[in-house]
Design a protein around this ligand. Structure first.
Ligand SMILES: Nc1ncnc2c1ncn2[C@@H]1O[C@H](COP(=O)(O)OP(=O)(O)OP(=O)(O)O)[C@@H](O)[C@H]1O
Ligand SMILES: [Mg+2]
Length: 267
């Protein structure tokens, strides 16, 4: 079943752990708004809670971390995060290899994704080949026969996107989808995500360290600092007038790399 969900909302996500015998809050009351056809960037220093947020959004909070608050709604209806996976949300992760079963071929991965939607046989193969072509995998018939160890990181990243398309989930959670890729592949994967947002109206949560990526792809940006949201707004506004110190640091670091983009009145 394909869901027509157009608005995915997270409110008050709170994640805690214990460190040195004391409770420690890792994510503190975070809210996120994801809409079809829009890219929401989630940025913040290493360890600020971005990946935990992506995991919690799918009901995959890791051992050692406890969720003490948080509510997910899809088009205004309360939904259990685990019920989102593969139906409302698909994921692309930083280390694509870990997302695949090493014992299974790409054909088996595609069959599994499609069988969950009741699509089997020749129709399943036709759809798998079409999705793989759409994400730019060359010779998809050959790739279907490969195991994960026979594929490069870039091929696996594309295959993860192809599986996300096959699930027809309206939202994509992309946790640093390009960090492990070389520059050319990074640009290709980002262009692909951009195209899927435009063509299919995918709603994307894009976790990244790279403010250049935010500037290029995102509509809104949420800045996390030690698990707290310190800034949220449209990308242009956040770049023009960053209010919080961590945002100013991220924007300054970006402008140091690309001085041509600095406002005219900058020193
Ligand atoms: N299973 C766990 N048990 C206890 N603490 C954890 C666990 N997983 C992550 N943490 C802690 O939670 C905090 C946030 O981790 P998270 O992986 O979400 O950071 P991140 O923002 O994704 O960082 P990066 O940019 O490096 O990927 C870190 O302090 C981390 O040490
Ligand atoms: Mg992370």
């Amino acid at each position: 079943m394909t869901t027509a969900a157009s608005h995915l909302r997270l409110d008050g996500l709170t994640l805690v752990t214990r460190r040195h015998g004391r409770p420690l809050t890792l994510v503190d009351g975070l809210g996120l708004d994801l809409r079809r056809g829009q890219v929401t960037a989630l940025v913040g220093a290493s360890g600020s809670g971005k990946s935990l947020t992506c995991l919690a959004l799918q009901g995959l909070t890791p051992p050692g971390v406890t969720q003490t608050g948080g509510r997910v709604t899809v088009d205004g209806r309360d939904t259990a995060p685990a019920a989102l996976r593969g139906r409302v949300t698909a994921t692309v992760m930083q280390a694509p290899r870990s997302a695949f079963n090493p014992a299974l071929t790409m054909a088996a991965h595609a069959r599994e994704t499609l069988a969950a939607r009741g699509i089997t046989g020749a129709e399943a193969e036709r759809r798998a080949l079409a999705a793989m072509a759409e994400v730019g995998l060359d010779d998809p018939r050959r790739v279907l026969r490969l195991h994960p160890f026979q594929m490069s990181g870039g091929m696996l990243q594309r295959m993860m996107l192809a599986l996300a398309l096959l699930s027809e989930a309206p939202f994509l959670l992309a946790d640093e989808p390009t960090t492990d890729l070389d520059l050319v592949l990074q640009a290709q994967v980002l262009a692909l995500i951009e195209q899927l947002v435009a063509d299919r109206g995918l709603g994307v949560l894009l976790v990244t360290h790279d403010m250049g990526v935010v500037a290029r792809l995102a509509d809104t940006v949420t800045v996390l600092d030690h698990g707290r949201m310190v800034e949220h707004g449209p990308v242009a506004q956040v770049f023009d007038a960053p209010a919080a110190a961590p945002t100013r640091a991220l924007v300054a670091a970006h402008l140091a790399l690309y001085p041509d983009l600095a406002p005219e009145d900058a020193p």
